[in-house]
Structure formats: C-alpha cells, structure tokens
Design a protein around this ligand. Structure first.
Ligand SMILES: [Fe+2]
Ligand SMILES: [Fe+2]
Length: 296
C-alpha cells in the first residue's frame, strides 16, 4: 500500500497573481486554535496557496473539518502529516500505518494536495513539494538530530509518540518508510523554484534560537523544561533530500518555535500555532492574525 504519488500543474483560480502562505501545528483539539483558523478572511486568500506542515489533530474527523474550512478560504491547500496526525489510542483498532493511508485518501477526496504540484503563472511559477518525514532517534543512528544536553537528557519514554504511534512490524521502520516515499519526488525535473515542506526538522541548528533572536524577541527560557527535544526533532536525511531537490524555501513544523532563517542558500521557515499556553507565554510568537506569507 502506497500513498497517492502524482504531480500536476494547477491553473490559477483567476487572473490575479497568487501568494503562498505557511502554517503548521494547528492543533485544533484546542478550540482557540480552530477559532483562529475560522477568523481568517473568506475573501482575501481566494487566489492563494496554504502550506499546512502537519499536526492538525489526532482525530480524522477534526482533520477533515479543518482542511475543509481551509479549502473554503484558499485556492489550494497542501498538507503533510505530523506525528499527532498519526496518533492512535488504545481503544482504536486502526494502526498508524493504516491511519496514514486513511488520511491520504481523505486529502484526495477533499482536493488537498499531498504530492508535488506547480502553480502555473508565466511570471511567477513555483512548485510546492510536500516531503514525508519523521525523526531518527539517537538509538537509531547518526542520521538523528540528537544532541546530548546535561540535566535534560531523559529517555524516549517522556514522548507521547512512544505510546501513541503503533507501527506494524511487517513494514519498514516508520522513518525509513516515510523518507522512502519522497524518492520519486527527488527524481523529478522541476522547471520552476521549489518550496518544499515537512513536519519535522532538517537541521540541528534550527532547534535553538540565535543570540540575535533571543535579544530581538526578549526570549526567556521555558520554566523547568527538562526534556531534550533533539531526541525527536527530525533527521539529517531530510536535509539531504531538500538539498537534492534544490529547494528555494523549506517550511517545517513540529518544534513550536517559529523561525525564519537563511542557511546555506535556503530560507528555512517555521510558523506554527502551537498550543494556546505557548502563545500566551511568548514561546510561540505569531507575527499577525494570518498565516506567514512566504512567496508572492
Ligand atoms: Fe505540534
Ligand atoms: Fe509534531
């Protein structure tokens, strides 16, 4: 069983030029987050593309209603699943592998892109390329983004994925499987700039704020945070795939810390809603009441 692998050229919805916006970590299980999406204009984005870089909801019904809402506001919505989207509870018979494929079928039925597509505009064409991703743990090898950190080096047991991701033993390990699904996209020829996106992080240096960001945003250390996020952050394999693609911009999510950095000729952008309490504390900084504009 494989996801739907297709590549298509999409006409613009009108004569107007389009823009591309990015958002991740919608976590609509929080009502405040769903309300944030509802307040987005029904008119302003009708020619535009929205990238949704994972973690919408662990409930397929909520994922469906959220994507439907966003489809009513944007010309195109492109989505890749995050870890929360693949969570399954003990009372559910479905496993995470089956849920992934349910979710991809759902996206297809809603007209939400989960594979590369090009926005046809002779002046300003662009490819949108979703990349499946997962993290590689420290125990799984050197492709992990893991960095030991004294005093906060707990095991994987603190992460909910340990209990809520059920992956069948008969399949490739989850990270290996998901990265292998991108191979077909890497072989394709792209005739316009590429905006790629993933849920997980491609680089260790994106995990931490720079001294300039700490100063600019007056960032404070989260209280008593003893976890080591680098255990579950992502993988260098993703960075290899982004470089092979030749992305101009790469959007990612998962870390609930928003970034906008230019590193080795690629603009890395993370812009997530995160949890309401993270926004209140200022750990997730929203620049406006709209998703982040990344291309126009
Ligand atoms: Fe998240
Ligand atoms: Fe996540």
């Amino acid at each position: 069983m494989r996801p739907f692998l297709y590549a298509a050229t999409m006409p613009r919805m009108s004569g107007n030029s389009f823009r591309v916006f990015a958002l991740s970590d919608l976590h609509v299980d929080y009502d405040e987050n769903f309300s944030w999406l509802e307040q987005l204009s029904d008119k302003n984005f009708q020619d535009d593309v929205l990238i949704v870089a994972g973690d919408v909801s662990e409930e397929l019904e909520k994922l469906a209603s959220t994507l439907q809402l966003l489809k009513s506001k944007f010309a195109h919505v492109s989505f890749t699943p995050g870890n929360h989207d693949l969570w399954v509870r003990k009372n559910q018979t479905i496993n995470s592998f089956e849920k992934l494929h349910e979710l991809l079928k759902l996206c297809e039925s809603l007209g939400v892109h989960t594979a590369p597509f090009k926005i046809a505009d002779s002046d300003n064409p662009v490819w949108i390329v979703p990349l499946f991703s997962w993290y590689v743990t420290a125990e799984q090898g050197e492709q992990s983004l893991y960095m030991p950190r004294e005093g906060r080096d707990l095991t994987m047991a603190v992460w909910s994925d340990k209990a809520l991701i059920r992956w069948p033993e008969s399949e490739l390990p989850i990270a290996e499987y998901l990265f292998s699904l991108n191979e077909i996209y890497l072989k394709k020829t792209y005739d316009a700039p590429i905006i790629s996106f993933s849920h997980f992080l491609p680089r260790t240096d994106l995990i931490f704020p720079t001294p300039e960001e700490i100063k600019k945003y007056n960032l404070k250390r989260p209280p008593k945070l003893l976890i080591n996020f680098s255990r579950v952050a992502g993988s260098h394999l993703l960075e290899d795939q982004i470089r092979k693609l030749g992305s101009t911009i790469h959007v990612y999510g998962h870390q609930h810390r928003n970034r906008d950095r230019f590193l080795d000729n690629i603009n890395y952008v993370s812009y997530g809603l995160g949890y309401p309490q993270e926004r209140e504390r200022g750990h997730v900084r929203m620049e406006s009441i709209e998703p982040k504009l990344i291309w126009k």
